[in-house]
Design a protein around this ligand. Structure first.
Ligand code: SAH
Length: 240
């Protein structure tokens, strides 16, 4: 069934006018007729069934019915990722949504080839992926910030798994066994990797665990997927 993320509060009997592009998607793209049902979620009130009660050129209207799932939040997991090239970054956002990251913090590092990106487009990708993957919230996409500043302001109670391609660091799964369940974070560098001074600073921070993702150099999108997978399996909601 079609799932739509909406900003509106959701309660039984509420009437809802979806955004124009959502109305168009329902009536023109998916060609839903009056009476058709969709699922709605807003990240706060759980997931609700809704019925299309009006479908016209000027837009459509949904009548909210029963709540089908209460709000639950996935693990408190941040992905901190350097600004890599657009296509790969868009893949990373989509995979982070599917793999349950609660937040994606975009980082500008010594070797990133840009210090800005189209955050609105990344947020739209996050919404679409959240709708598809069945989660009840949309990952928050935090605008790019210099890695130094991110680390300066880091909440030291949140362990940060630094994926360090430099070698000489423990395997990720082994390292994760020593991390307590709870808020977590994963850090992935840019195509050019981390600068030596970045690695040195990171490895010296008390809340940082430098880990290896194996003997091969992974592209940033592969590394993000692998690291999030390991974290979810070891500490997150992939456990039984
Ligand atoms: N320029 C680097 C590759 C960077 S890959 C080089 O050729 O050595 C992009 C990011 O993915 C890295 O900064 C790191 O965070 C992560 N990554 C890739 N392979 C990894 C590995 N084997 N172990 C740990 N992290 C890895």
């Amino acid at each position: 069934m079609i799932r739509l993320h909406v900003p509106d509060d959701l309660a039984a009997g509420a009437d809802l006018i979806p955004a124009p592009e959502q109305s168009r998607y329902l009536t023109t793209v998916m060609r839903l007729a009056v009476g058709a049902e969709v699922l709605l979620f807003n990240g706060r009130d759980g997931e609700w069934r809704a019925t299309l009660v009006e479908a016209g050129k000027r837009g459509c209207r949904l009548a909210v019915g029963a709540r089908v799932r209460p709000q639950t939040d996935g693990p408190d997991l941040d992905l901190v990722v350097a600004l890599v090239k657009r296509a790969r970054l868009e893949t990373i956002i989509e995979k982070a949504a599917e793999l349950g990251a609660r937040r994606v913090r975009l980082a500008v590092t010594r070797r990133t080839n840009a210090d800005h990106t189209n955050v609105a487009r990344l947020r739209a990708i996050a919404v679409e992926a959240a709708e598809q993957t069945g989660r009840l919230d949309v990952p928050q996409i935090v605008a790019p910030e210099k890695l130094e500043r991110l680390l300066d302001g880091w909440d030291a109670t949140r362990p940060l798994m630094f994926c360090d391609e430099g070698g000489g660091v423990p395997p990720a799964l082994e390292a994760l066994r020593a991390v307590a369940p709870g808020p977590g974070a994963v850090l992935i560098g840019p195509e050019g990797g981390f600068a030596p001074e970045e690695g040195e600073r990171l490895r010296a921070l008390p809340f940082v665990t430098a880990v290896s993702l194996g003997p091969r150099i992974l592209r940033a999108d592969t590394a993000a997927i692998a690291a999030l997978t390991l974290w979810q399996a070891a500490l997150g909601d992939w456990r039984g």
